[in-house]
Write a protein that binds this ligand. Sequence first.
Ligand SMILES: C[S@@+](CC[C@H](N)C(=O)[O-])C[C@H]1O[C@@H](n2cnc3c(N)ncnc32)[C@H](O)[C@@H]1O
Length: 528
Amino acid sequence: MKASGSRRERGAYFTPQAVAEALANWAIKSRSEIVLDPSAGRGHLLAAAEKRLRDLGRKRNPLIWGVELHGRSFQKLVTSFRAWGISDKNALEGDFFSRVADLPKCDVALMNPPYVRHHDIPTATKDTMVNALNGTRGIVDGRASAWAYFLALIPELLKAGGRIAAVLPTDLLASDYGEPVLAYLQKVFSTVNLIYCDGDVFPALSQQTILLLADGRHKDDGRKADMKLRRVRYPVQGQDDFSITSKRNGKTFSAGDTLPRILAPKSALAIEARLMKRSDVKSIGDIAKVELGYVTGDNGFFHLSTADAKRFGLSDTHLTKALTRERDLLGVRFTAADWKRRMKEGARDWLLTPTNGQSRGVRNLLKRKAAEEAHNSHKCDIREPWWRVPLVDPPRALMVYMGSKARIVSNTARAQVSNSFFRLTTIKDLSPNDLAVASLTSVFRLSAGLNSRLLGGGLLKLELSDARRVLIATHSIRSRDIRRVDNLLRAGQWDDACQLADRLILERGLGWSKTFIDSVRLAASQIQ
Ligand SMILES: C[S@@+](CC[C@H](N)C(=O)[O-])C[C@H]1O[C@@H](n2cnc3c(N)ncnc32)[C@H](O)[C@@H]1O
């Protein structure tokens, strides 16, 4: 977030007019209200505020304030202020967190704070933000993106009864650091409503958008706002159609709930609740230890094909079988034959694991420019020696945690699994194959869907803590039946494999009624 930084570094994505006007129309209730945008850009939100204040009857000098870091954007903001008849003094150049003392208490904060991720925020900038937070410092996690700091500080600048209308990324509901900020807003506003924009408000970004409308700023006195979320389609046909006022009541939710859970039909949540009470259904965390796969620090350097290994004269003693890509998982099991076939096709699934740095092949490799680059990466630089990827025994099963087909696969290849997967170890009561088939049932699919987070571009992801909560139906399956499911999957018949898993485990194995199985299946199909 340098004033001279690129658009991405500053998180500069300007609010479309239709959204800006909808927010200003909701937030500004009277012509005498004071409005602030703490990261005003060229003034897209404030232009809507100015229009709204005039529509409400303000003849002269709307009471508008804006702060902007970037010089050129700031100049455009000043030009707009002049055109609106507002004093230049109300446009502040610089970092919002350093200018708080220069701002008045406001009735309304209109904001679209920068979407800059924590590792792109320079340390000095982060220090300024943390220092400015004072009382709310504790609620912003060190891994938070810049928008979370803006959201945590802005209530301090509001008068009693004040409002926030903000444009935010879906990370608000998909990140661990969004949760405490939302929980804080719940304590200092009378109402907190979210509007999930289903579509691309910012086509240049991989994030989807949530509009936050918080009303009735008050002191933290133990009250908690009811929080509701509604979904609207975006883009809309004509810009004028974009309205955020609705008679429809949103869905009530709590801080920490993910979007798929909030958007799920009540009936699906009721099925989940019934499943949780059953003794033949357990959560993954009760059956196995779940951890992230190995981290190399530089996959391009540490993963080699058979041809690469030959070229550098590396013997097998310095190499370890690895699994790095979901698309190599064809069946219920990942077998040694699967791994060999992929290597023959040119996959780079040898993991470099030198026993020492002395052999000729290893020395050749460590002398390359690519090695120097790998060494400089943060993860490599902090380990000793930098070229040894920390490994423990290969897991007996692994979990796919990205995408809409989260599942468990048994690892008969005994390959090391990269951080594209979770490792499942110390598995109790069931075999890895049982777990793999059970992860195709409607029980697992419903639970994985409800516990996943919705990332930008509609991508689903289970975090480690989410994965441990996912439910699994527990039943031991005969080898012959495991083979049948494996064959279907390998033939690309995903739906048939899932149906067979339901029949083998839920119906035949556990004796559930067809009606109940159908209701679990329906619920699983209704999740995002
Ligand atoms: C997402 S844009 C939104 C601009 C405008 N509010 C809008 O809605 O169109 C965020 C803006 O914040 C500015 N910015 C980034 N960090 C800032 C900071 N610490 N203080 C003030 N402005 C900042 C960027 O330069 C960028 O113009």
